[in-house]
Design a protein around this ligand. Structure first.
Ligand code: AMP
Length: 611
């Protein structure tokens, strides 16, 4: 038997949700639907967003109401317009095979007369944000005297947003004997209090541990110095070419600044905050939902109720002031059974906050290292390789050019051609990243903050003795670590004992030498060639405390384009953002990478921001 039928739902509802792709109930649906279907309990459900809680209360509601009657029988209160529209829409979909079901969404920032008209026509289910609801009640435009069920969704958010009094006033117009169902992601004492106030011996359901975050979310933190935060953030994004993320900032100003900086740096980003008009917000959300945007930079308030599946990363650019908000933020990823990563970029003084959050979510964070510039290069290179491999070829269009292309490549082996294609973009990353500094906060910072020393940090200990050098030879030149050590020592006449870590990559390698030997090595290789190619040695920014800062300049405007998430091109210029922006320059060869357009963001002094 269909598992939803077993829960007690009727066929026309089950058929409708099957068409929506619901094959079996989520855990919260499994547990709450049978209880709510009795219609005789008050109910408190502690559930994260994305767990299927809209159906958990929406399905029983439509099962219980009498749709032959055309007056309000159920009221759902929720904190934001987005959530309000989402819930109303979901309920309509659940009831699409039933007759005479009228649902109205009542929210601010839209024409009240349309909403009043719909109410006058007759509705059974009102889904509302508190402010506009109260406005309509004060106009005597709705009669809640026959309401049987009130749902308080995301109750903690409503309280955070200061809706307590509005909720009191609204509920005072509903009958005493109605049943109240409250859902909340967290259960701070304020929510406990309203549960007590509005409910009589409610049935309580906790999905997972109390206050525990979604188990499918992995929590990571990165420790950086304040001045490196933006650069570190970009590096994390670059290291995740397929990222589809929400980035949380603490203030509107910060949100705006980060979004603008990202747009200027060629990323596919935009901001969502309270200073935007409703129309602007809708537009941003539409682009994000459609994935023409890869990064949504948002404040906590603006991001409430965002219901987008497949968000891969939540990035806490700034940690929230309220720990509870961390749960809300991270809950925007790993929805509907998917997995996701919630990242916090912090400075060493904020480690205490991470520990507090760990206690609240009942889960440990993983301490992650900001990837090196070369890790990013490698990741991007293989993303490109993957993309080339999977690209859809337009046989008809390309056919006419094939003879000429083949002609051009006639003297090259397959391997040579591949190498050149890959190098086209890869050389640019290398140029950009070869001197990219280590952006992880030095070990001393966290030793102090964590109150512990320890060998986790002894790589930093080497920093004072060794300098990390880049050499343009690697495994493709058939070097392994031993070969490279011999090659370096033979040419520069230094002792192998003074060489530190050797890291052989594909077309390049790194090696560490004693600070005192750097000049000798660099000088020794000035004239050296390897198989007819000049050997190049440079000081790598990584791992050296006095390294050159800044990721350097990326040349030649390569831009994240077609393919991947970026159906829309990024913008090189500022201007009125989005459409108005000065679009992509042409002429760069395909490939999906960003235009760093000469902006040395990483070099810029930290701007004064209010954190
Ligand atoms: P919610 O927590 O209500 O916002 O739901 C999160 C997402 O999960 C929404 O996109 C729902 O459409 C989807 N969803 C809810 N219940 C189920 C189910 N039983 N099977 C598959 N998807 C579901």
């Amino acid at each position: 038997m269909n598992p939803f039928i077993e829960l007690g739902l009727r066929h026309d509802i089950v058929n409708a949700i099957n068409e929506l792709g619901f094959e079996k109930p989520t855990p919260i649906q499994e547990q709450s639907i049978p209880v709510l279907l009795t219609g005789s309990n008050d109910f408190v459900g502690l559930a994260q967003t994305g767990t299927g809680k809209t159906a958990a209360f929406g399905l029983p509601l439509i099962e219980l109401l009498d749709f032959e009657e055309n007056h309000p029988q159920a009221l759902v209160l929720c904190p934001t317009r987005e959530l309000c529209l989402q819930i109303a829409n979901d309920i309509k979909n659940f009831a699409k095979k039933m007759n005479n079901v009228n649902v109205v969404a009542v929210y601010g920032g839209a024409s009240i007369s349309d909403q009043l008209r719909q109410i006058r026509r007759g509705v059974q289910i009102v889904v509302a944000t508190p402010g506009r609801m109260l406005d309509i009640i004060n106009r005597n435009a709705i009669d809640f005297s026959q309401v049987k069920y009130v749902v308080l969704d995301e109750a903690d958010e409503m309280l955070n947003m200061g809706f307590q009094e509005d909720i009191d006033s609204i509920l005072s117009t509903t009958p005493e004997e109605k049943k109240t169902w409250l859902f909340s992601a967290t259960m701070p004492s304020e929510v406990r209090r309203i549960a007590k106030r509005y409910m009589d011996n409610p049935f309580e359901l906790t999905m997972g541990e109390k206050n525990t975050g979604n188990a499918n979310i992995e929590h990571e933190y990165y420790v950086v110095r304040a001045r490196d935060k933006y650069a570190a953030f970009k590096r994390i994004v670059d290291f995740n070419p397929e990222i589809f993320g929400i980035v949380f900032c603490r203030t509107k100003i910060e949100t705006q600044e980060i979004a603008e900086a990202l747009i200027k740096d060629g990323y596919n980003a935009d901001s969502l905050h309270g200073d935007l008009s409703q129309q602007q917000r809708d537009k941003v959300m539409k682009r994000y939902r459609e994935r023409s945007l890869q990064l949504l930079i948002a404040t906590d308030v603006a991001a409430r109720g965002i219901d987008v599946n497949d968000v891969t990363h939540v990035i806490n650019y700034s940690l929230p002031d309220e720990i509870e908000n961390y749960t809300h933020r991270s809950g925007r990823t790993a929805r509907a059974g998917k997995t996701g990563v919630s990242i916090a970029i912090i400075n060493s003084k904020e480690l205490g906050k991470i520990r507090q959050i760990e206690r609240v979510i009942g889960k440990k964070f993983i301490k992650a290292e900001i990837p090196t510039g070369f890790d990013v290069c490698e990741k991007q290179l293989f993303a490109l390789v993957h993309k080339v491999h999977n690209v859809t070829v337009n046989e008809q269009q390309i056919e006419q050019y094939i003879p000429r292309i083949m002609d051009e490549f006639a003297d090259l082996s397959k391997e040579e051609v591949i190498k050149r294609f890959a190098s086209l973009e890869f050389n640019r990353f290398l140029d950009y990243y070869k001197n990219a500094p280590d952006l992880n906060a030095p070990a001393d910072d966290f030793r102090r903050a964590e109150g512990q020393g320890g060998d986790r940090f002894n790589r930093d200990g080497m920093r004072s003795e060794y300098t990390r050098l880049f050499i343009n030879l690697g495994s493709v030149d058939e070097f392994n670590r031993g070969d490279l050590l011999g090659y370096i020592c033979n040419n520069s006449k230094i002792s192998g004992r003074t060489v530190g870590k050797i890291d052989v990559k594909g077309v390049y390698s790194f090696f560490e030498v004693n600070n005192g030997d750097v000049d000798q090595v660099m000088n020794a290789f000035k004239e050296v060639e390897f198989k007819g190619r000049p050997v190049r040695i440079e000081i790598s920014g990584e791992g050296t405390s006095s390294s050159r800062s800044g990721g350097g300049r990326r040349e030649g405007g390569y831009q994240k384009r077609e393919g991947g998430f970026n159906r829309e091109r990024s913008y090189a210029g500022g201007g009125e953002r989005r459409e108005g922006g000065n679009r992509e320059r042409s002429g760069n060869t395909g490939g999906g990478f960003r235009d760093f357009s000469g902006k040395r963001r990483e070099d810029r002094p930290e701007r004064k921001r209010r954190f």
